[in-house]
Design a protein around this ligand. Structure first.
Ligand code: C2E
Ligand code: SIN
Ligand code: FE
Length: 407
């Protein structure tokens, strides 16, 4: 139930739905969230917003501190409400649109946390595992609400932040893939944790090799090939990581045909989790911009990976991955039968060939058209995707703004 309240009455534990006034005036990416952070509370009080809407079904009400109750009673009630509200938020599926701002904020926060972890590892300090676990929990919840928001945002990265954002991206991809494979929630989080830490051994590679703008020499590549073992050693020293996390770190570059490294393991001697790691790692690596090459589009990348699939990846794991990100992943440029060009916004579970798309351009007249979001699963018989298109060949620069709404 929604209630309009004055800003002076807000308290930790309220579920905020909307700020009154222009969104330009308020300091938040998101407008629907559980107020559980003192800093957010102060930011709202300082923002100049006078009133806002709260949902008292999902958080506490203005009258929650009823006179006559002890502080302890009130605190207990608030805690219970907070937990219920958290559960409600966690369980609730939302659209890409609704999740994108939360995911953007989380991406930025996760990147900082990964930089900290890598810096600690580089200096020989033990990684703060509890901090990383809390982060994985938040990423896991975002992916549960809407997998494609965080996954697609983490794909967009500058070449120089690659190593860090790649960890965040592989974490999110591992979580979504683990759920697709019907693993239990504890395993889902372990898979995410493994994704976050899989490349920690890259701290052992000199930055001038890692960020080299060209192809690596054989000598440089052999240094690169040490990163799984360097990583496993770092993780063993900071204890508390499970064998599964170690396994992914050590074996994410093994290939099914035995041509991978460090051990040249073959087929079924590679664990399920390492196989998942290999698929998620390569997808994010090839869709990302690097100092030595521009990223491939997500739909092209899925196509290429399908071609390599036999020698490199486990077929079953790869198929589950495609179900997770889509055949035309969020952000893909596609041509519709009607001659319109569109960018893929959201996937339709159970109808991978018919996602939700935003049309914005006519391939016939070569002119922009009025933007409109179409659910191709609903529009069956009216319009459909006939193929992938190259954003570079069309010269589209702002494709990512079209699906994310973020410029
Ligand atoms: P990474 O960039 O995170 O890539 C992870 C894996 O994704 C690669 O493991 C490879 O299996 C796949 N991958 C990435 N880019 C491509 C590509 O353009 N084509 C194909 N077919 N596969 C790709 P790999 O090859 O063992 O490389 C390990 C790491 O070595 C890479 O991690 C990257 O940090 C570095 N590296 C590899 N090649 C180059 C290069 O040409 N220049 C530079 N500067 N670094 C490179
Ligand atoms: C790769 O080079 O990483 C993919 C090609 C393959 O392994 O067959
Ligand atoms: Fe790696």
């Amino acid at each position: 139930m929604l209630k309009r309240i004055a800003v002076k009455d807000i308290r930790i534990g309220m579920f905020i739905c909307e700020f009154c006034g222009s969104w330009m005036e308020h300091p938040f990416w998101k407008t629907r969230f559980l107020l559980d952070d003192e800093k957010d509370l102060h930011a709202i009080q300082a923002s100049g917003i006078k009133e806002l809407w709260i949902d008292i079904a999902k958080g506490i009400d203005v009258g929650a501190a009823i006179p006559g109750k002890t502080e302890q009673e009130v605190a207990q009630e608030t805690d219970a409400l907070l937990m219920a509200a958290e559960r409600a938020i966690i369980g609730e599926k939302v659209s890409l649109d609704e999740e994108i701002q939360t995911a953007a904020k989380l991406c930025a926060k996760a990147k900082e946390a990964v930089i900290e972890m890598f810096t600690d590892a580089r200096m020989g300090k033990a990684i703060e595992v509890e901090h990383a676990r809390a982060l994985v929990e938040e990423i896991s919840n975002s992916v549960l609400r809407q997998p494609h928001a965080l996954i697609s945002l983490a794909r967009l990265k500058n070449a120089d932040e690659y190593t860090y954002m790649h960890s965040v991206a592989v974490c999110a991809l591992m979580i979504a893939l683990a759920r697709q494979l019907a693993l239990d929630e504890e395993m889902v989080r372990e898979a995410g944790f493994a994704g976050l830490l899989h490349d920690i051994g890259k701290v052992g590679i000199p930055l001038k090799v890692l960020n080299k703008p060209g192809k690596l020499t054989d000598a440089e590549f052999s240094v690169v090939k040490s990163h799984p073992e360097v990583g496993a050693r770092i993780l063993m020293e900071s204890y508390q990581v499970s064998p599964m996390v170690l396994d992914v770190c050590l074996h994410h570059h093994e290939k099914m045909d035995g041509t991978g490294y460090p051990y040249g393991l073959k087929g079924e001697t590679i664990s399920l989790f390492a196989k998942m790691g290999a698929v998620c790692d390569v997808y994010d690596a090839i869709t990302s911009n690097r100092p030595y090459k521009k990223g491939w589009s997500p739909a092209d990348s899925i196509r290429k990976m399908a071609e390599w699939s036999k020698g490199h990846f486990d077929e079953t794991v790869f198929q589950a991955f495609v179900k997770t990100v889509g055949i035309y992943p969020t952000g893909s440029l596609v041509r519709l039968e009607s001659g319109r060009l569109a960018v893929v916004v959201e996937q339709n579970e159970g109808s991978l060939l018919n996602p939700k798309v935003k049309v914005f351009f006519s391939a016939k007249t070569k002119m922009p058209i009025i933007q409109e979001t179409l659910d191709l699963a609903q529009a069956k018989g009216k319009d459909k995707i006939i193929g992938r298109e190259s954003p570079d060949e069309w010269g589209f620069k702002n494709l990512d703004t079209l699906w994310s709404g973020i410029s």
